[in-house]
Design a protein around this ligand. Structure first.
Ligand SMILES: Nc1nc2c(c(=O)[nH]1)N[C@H]1C(S)=C(S)[C@@H](COP(=O)(O)OP(=O)(O)OC[C@H]3O[C@@H](n4cnc5c(N)ncnc54)[C@H](O)[C@@H]3O)O[C@H]1N2
Ligand code: MOO
Length: 436
């Protein structure tokens, strides 16, 4: 901690971090601080409502999927002579039907066939399925137009080829997608164990910040940050407590933080975290908890603060919560949420193996930055005619210009090691696909 941070001492230490951090160090420090924190408890979640939840236990397949070996095409199931190499007869004796949901009870002898539909069980003795389009069914026989195209095991889906009984279908810690929901449904399960939603309390600060529906007095601004934050948190599947807009008063902020920690796992504020004479978030937090670190070499978002409210959060402590103090500028709020708060929130939700997706791209224009600081520009990526991933900025990059976020499809990162990037230089981009 810097000497400035050391003036904000709390009773119990969750942290052991030095002063101004790089983005990498800050992200790691957040993860290190919370890695041993308790996950929220578990609940059983019905299979129609799994998307966005984090799986709390491995899902083990109780059955083979598919349960039976079945046809992948509408046509005829054939019993080919196995020992005839690649040369098969063109005529087969038609002895019955196997329709989806209705099997054929007998066993085929070599040279016999049944009509079959996609998904119907392949009868015993059959070893190939041939598409209807290249067959001519007749009275008691079926003729294959090009017998040289026949292959053993063609168009047959083996029992258990998707999942075998006892196989791990989805690992604990996975954030569930529509594909997982479908896969879990295919096992016949009605519900699975997921982590309870993380409860996150959110408020805006500032005497100039006004709620929607009110007239806008001189020197004021409508509250933007609470709404972008609530939307981001809901996308992350958190349960949100909206604490509204708080005035620039240390006493009120300290009381709100302490109260919020009792009913939430995480508290996120915006504004009041810099060095202005009315910026009280840090002093308020110091009264009811501890600042882990404050200020990072990031733009936008330099005054970002992280800490805890109440006692040691590595223990099961219902009156404590993690705290993220995001800067007031609306772009800084979204950038610090995505780059810093998001990985920590996902870890607290029990999600494992998730990482921010950084992709190399070529800058289509000159981009400003400074060595020793990580800059995040709002960008629009596309593929060039040559198939090269390229990115341009959305134009003016002020930290209060939220339009830049709405026009972008990614953040462009210019790391600490770089100054300005010339057109044609390499940058990293973070596509918005995950959250926006
Ligand atoms: N002397 C210094 N001044 C500033 C520094 C610094 O290092 N030294 N850092 C600048 C940076 S960078 C940022 S970012 C801001 C952040 O400061 P705060 O977190 O204290 O934010 P505020 O001063 O409260 O507000 C900044 C800006 O954002 C507007 N705002 C605040 N809340 C909302 C909201 N809910 N919805 C919409 N807009 C909001 C506020 O009106 C201000 O314009 O500090 C710089 N200054
Ligand atoms: O870095 Mo602050 O976040 O620009 O406005």
């Amino acid at each position: 901690m810097s000497s400035e941070q050391n003036t904000y001492q709390a009773s119990v230490s969750c942290f052991d971090q030095p002063g101004q951090l790089s983005v990498q160090q800050g992200r790691q420090a957040l993860l290190d601080a919370i890695v041993s924190a308790k996950h929220p408890g578990r609940i059983r979640q019905p299979i129609a409502e799994l998307v966005g939840s984090v799986l709390a236990e491995d899902v083990i397949s109780p059955i083979n999927v598919p349960a039976q070996t079945n046809a992948a095409m509408d046509g005829f199931a054939l019993a080919l002579p196995e020992a005839s190499g690649d040369s098969f007869p063109s005529e087969y004796q038609l002895v019955g039907k196997a329709l989806a949901g209705h099997g054929f009870d007998g066993e085929l002898e070599t040279g016999q066939a049944v009509t079959i539909t996609t998904g119907a069980p392949v009868p015993a003795g059959a070893n190939s399925v041939v598409m209807r389009e290249i067959c001519q069914p007749g009275e008691g026989v079926v003729l294959i137009e090009k017998p040289e195209s026949l292959r053993l095991n063609d168009n047959i889906r083996q029992a258990g080829e998707d999942l075998a009984t006892g196989q791990v279908a989805v690992k604990a810690g996975t954030r569930l997608t529509p594909a997982h929901q479908g896969l879990i449904a295919s096992l016949g399960l009605t519900d699975v164990a997921v982590f309870k939603p993380l409860v996150v309390a959110v408020f805006s600060t500032g005497d100039e910040v006004v709620a929607q529906g009110q007239p806008l007095p001189p020197h004021s601004i409508y509250d933007t940050n609470r709404y972008s934050l609530i939307a981001l948190l809901k996308k992350l599947h958190c349960e949100v407590i909206d604490l509204g807009i708080l005035p620039d008063q240390e006493e009120v902020l300290a009381k709100t933080l302490a109260d919020a920690a009792v009913k939430s796992d995480v508290v996120i504020s915006s504004g009041g975290v810099s060095v202005g004479v009315a910026d009280y978030i840090k002093t308020a937090l110091a009264r009811v908890g501890e600042i882990g670190f404050w200020r990072m070499n990031i733009r936008p978002g330099r005054p970002f603060a992280f800490g805890c409210i109440g006692a040691d959060l590595t223990q099961d402590n219902a009156d404590s919560a993690w705290f993220f103090g995001l800067p007031g500028n609306p772009v800084a709020v979204m950038v610090t949420f995505m780059q810093l708060a998001q990985p920590a929130l996902r870890l607290l939700q029990g999600e494992t193996g998730w990482q921010l997706q950084a992709i190399p791209a070529i800058a289509s224009e000159k981009m400003r930055s400074r060595e020793g600081r990580t800059d995040f520009h709002r960008g629009i990526f596309s593929l060039s005619a040559e198939g090269q991933l390229q990115v341009q900025t959305t134009g003016t990059q002020g930290s209060g210009i939220l339009r830049s976020m709405t026009e972008a499809n990614c953040l462009i990162e210019i790391g600490d090691e770089h100054g300005a990037i010339a057109a044609g230089g390499s940058v990293k981009i973070y596509p918005f696909a995950d959250l926006l």
